[in-house]
Ligand binder design. Sequence first.
Ligand code: THU
Length: 142
Amino acid sequence: MTAAERLIEDQLQSLFEAARLAREQAYAPYSGFKVGAALATPDGAVFAGCNVENAAYPVGTCAEAAAIAAMVAAGGRRIAAILVVGDGAALVTPCGACRQRIREFAGPDTPIHAAGRDGLRRSFTLDALLPFAFGPDNLEGS
Ligand code: THU
């Protein structure tokens, strides 16, 4: 393994660990489906979040939204990579709304990793999950 590959591997491991721990704190009494997310900024800071459901169902929030809010509150404005962890046979990728939330702070090549409780399952780029995305560029100069 090269030094660069080791760095990526280490970052992935920290993201998985942070997301796994956040998932354990998820408040999901209605769906029973706990999700954790963790993102890294370009300077290596890691922010994590979990889903928080609500008796008024539509008010519930996703794990990715929580991780992004934590980053923004700490002054971060750029996502270098993000990992989502959820349970079950099907791959847990960010929902449509969260793909758009990620888009705000990420570029087309930003990695989005989908993990199960036992580790990484599949990696995508943002462009693969949200092609032809609308984003901040659209509003430039308008
Ligand atoms: N959920 C997330 O937090 N992130 C995802 O990527 C997919 C779905 C949450 C929302 C809701 O609390 C539960 O999972 C079931 O949809």
